[in-house]
Design a protein around this ligand. Structure first.
Ligand SMILES: [Zn+2]
Length: 146
């Protein structure tokens, strides 16, 4: 019973041990090392930079690959074809807009333009022929006069 008192007193009122001063410093150094960012830990995952859809709709693409929103490649083929057929731009200008796109899409546009230009030309020819036929069928007075 009596032996407990000196032991308790010794544990509570222990004078600063000579080695006690080194310990916190060591701990602080360890902590500092732990909080320092390590070169390997700073690895940033490859993020995809949103970019506008090539067709010009203004929507952003967030997928890793591709230049168009789903279905917008076909939309652009139609837009460029119409613009070329309407004479708003040349085929070269249309293809210029497709520079980042795949060769496949460029071929698609080239083919589409060719088909539609031919179609438009045929239509114009037919219209001209019709007008010509109409003119021929109507009495031409200057041909009749001797
Ligand atoms: Zn688009």
């Amino acid at each position: 019973m009596n032996a407990k008192t000196p032991a308790a007193a010794a544990s509570t009122s222990r004078p600063g041990a000579p080695g006690k001063g080194e310990k916190p410093a060591e701990k602080a150094a360890q902590e500092a090392q732990a909080t320092t960012p390590q070169p390997g830990a700073k690895k940033v995952p490859a993020t995809v930079e949103p970019r506008p859809c090539l067709c010009g709709c203004g929507e952003q693409i967030t997928s890793k690959k591709g230049l168009f929103r789903p279905g917008h490649d076909a939309r652009m083929v139609g837009q460029l074809t119409r613009a070329v057929v309407a004479g708003e731009m040349t085929e070269a200008q249309a293809l210029e807009r497709l520079v980042p796109a795949s060769e496949l899409l460029k071929a698609k546009v080239t083919r589409s333009i060719k088909l539609n230009v031919e179609k438009a030309a045929k239509k114009a020819q037919e219209a001209a022929a019709k007008a010509e036929a109409k003119k021929a069928s109507s009495p031409a007075s200057e041909n009749v006069t001797p």
